[in-house]
Write a protein that binds this ligand. Structure first.
Ligand SMILES: Cc1cc2nc3c(=O)[nH]c(=O)nc-3n(C[C@H](O)[C@H](O)[C@H](O)COP(=O)(O)OP(=O)(O)OC[C@H]3O[C@@H](n4cnc5c(N)ncnc54)[C@H](O)[C@@H]3O)c2cc1C
Length: 394
């Protein structure tokens, strides 16, 4: 216990000294993209300092540039960062998805080649799973990879590839054997996006933004030494990556550390629907908020317990589906409550008549709709929970 108290004291003073004011509170987070300049001095300084410390990937082995922290130390670090509202120094699919997967399934050579660059935020990754016609039924994917000796030649198309227009590398599921049952002919490969055989077309949304893309492979090259796991055993690797994705969405990877927005919700409800005897005046709203806050609290306690039980800091297996499903549904309920309690003030898109918080929540309310779709829809999570967690028959 004394050790962890010492660690907390050292961490607290290091963070106080090294986390610049502009890296505290909301603001930009580096995703490691070489093609996007962050252009925010404090964010860059914070990233550099955390890289130096190994804390862009606090639990990863020191030999690859990580922090080598155990679960207890990691949770302490997260708590101390929250205490001063320090932003995470590095986000993106490198640290959250492909990095942990490579640490489990990669060869030593792959780890040496890819992990330190991820830790240092030098490379942005994207995820090539979904295809037109293969979303929930992902194993039906048709992008082909033909074995050409020291490399594969890849042909086909992916869709909804988030951030592909900025990515340096892609991890993708490809079909390497079309003549066996669908789950058994899939391999997991890494490809350099900066090659002639890959074309990215951003998908323009009604908002004018293009958060995701169509990605075309036309005789693209995947090096043989970028095959992760065994040939035709990519489904296992791909599923594990999804567990990291779901774990990270549910903040399991962040040590179960989630900001408690319950009090803000209550204050806003009092402000907009009135206050009676120190309570929210509208009984129906009061009941809904109370029930939401209780469920949130129980959910956060369950997150914390799950993180603490994994003594090596690893992401749980199929149980991540429970956290993904319940966490995203709570998130959607919370956003809806924020919008509802504000009435007409809750639907502002731009303009000085709305508060910054209300504008942010309107956008959150709309973008949260996607959270029950990506990383496998919540209906699919229910199927996984039924089969893989509860052991119910097909
Ligand atoms: C914001 C966003 C970002 C994304 N980013 C990426 C990315 O970076 N890379 C990537 O590869 N993909 C990405 N996706 C794609 C995402 O993984 C798919 O949208 C998701 O898996 C669902 O597939 P689909 O859209 O083809 O829907 P479908 O599979 O066509 O499903 C349609 C509906 O049917 C339901 N359904 C389907 N099958 C079943 C079943 N067996 N039982 C019960 N219900 C079922 C689904 O739940 C859904 O409601 C992203 C999606 C979104 C929304």
């Amino acid at each position: 216990m004394a050790d962890i108290d010492d660690f907390r004291a050292e961490t607290r003073s290091w963070l106080e000294e090294n986390c610049p004011a502009g890296a505290r509170g909301p603001g930009p987070i580096s995703t490691g993209a070489t093609t996007i300049a962050i252009d925010h001095e404090d964010t860059e300084l914070w990233l550099d300092r955390m890289i130096e410390k190994g804390w862009t990937a606090p639990v990863w082995p020191k030999e690859y540039g990580g922090g080598g922290l155990d679960t207890n130390q990691y949770m302490t670090l997260i708590q101390e960062m929250r205490r001063i509202d320090a932003r995470t120094p590095l986000g993106g699919m490198g640290v959250s998805l492909i990095g942990p997967t490579l640490l489990e399934y990669g060869t030593d050579e792959q780890k040496v080649r890819h992990i330190p660059r991820i830790v240092r935020g030098e490379v942005a990754w994207c995820q090539g799973y979904s295809e037109p016609g293969s979303g929930s039924d992902l194993a039906s994917l048709r992008t082909r990879a033909e074995d050409k000796g020291d490399h594969f030649v890849v042909n086909g198309q992916k869709i909804w590839t988030s951030g592909a227009q900025y990515a340096d590398w892609i991890f993708a599921l490809v079909r390497t054997d079309p003549d066996v049952p669908k789950h058994e002919g899939i391999s997991f490969v890494l490809m350099d996006m900066h090659q002639d055989g890959i074309t990215v077309r951003p998908i323009r949304l009604i908002s004018g933004e293009s958060p995701f893309c169509e990605t075309f492979f036309d005789n693209a090259i995947a090096r043989k030494d970028d095959l992760v796991g065994e040939l035709n055993k990519g489904w296992t690797v791909g599923k594990r990556l999804l567990q990291h994705e779901r774990g990270s969405m549910a903040s399991l990877v962040g040590g179960g550390a989630v900001k408690d927005t319950g009090p803000v919700l209550e204050d806003e409800a009092k402000m907009f629907s009135g206050e009676a005897n120190g309570r929210i005046a509208d009984a129906a709203i009061r009941d809904r908020i109370l029930s939401h806050n209780m469920n949130s609290h129980v959910f956060h306690l369950t997150q914390r317990r799950t993180v603490e039980e994994a003594s090596d800091g690893s992401t749980p297996g199929p149980a991540t589906s429970i956290f993904k499903m319940y966490g995203t549904e709570l998130q959607q309920e919370r956003s809806s409550l924020f919008v509802e309690i504000r009435g007409t003030q809750g639907l502002g898109w731009t303009g000085d008549e709305f508060t910054g918080r209300s504008l942010m929540d309107t956008r959150g309310w709309l973008s949260n709709r996607a959270a029950s779709i990506y990383s496998g829809s919540n209906e699919i999570q229910r199927n996984i929970i039924a089969k893989r967690v509860l052991g119910l028959p097909d």
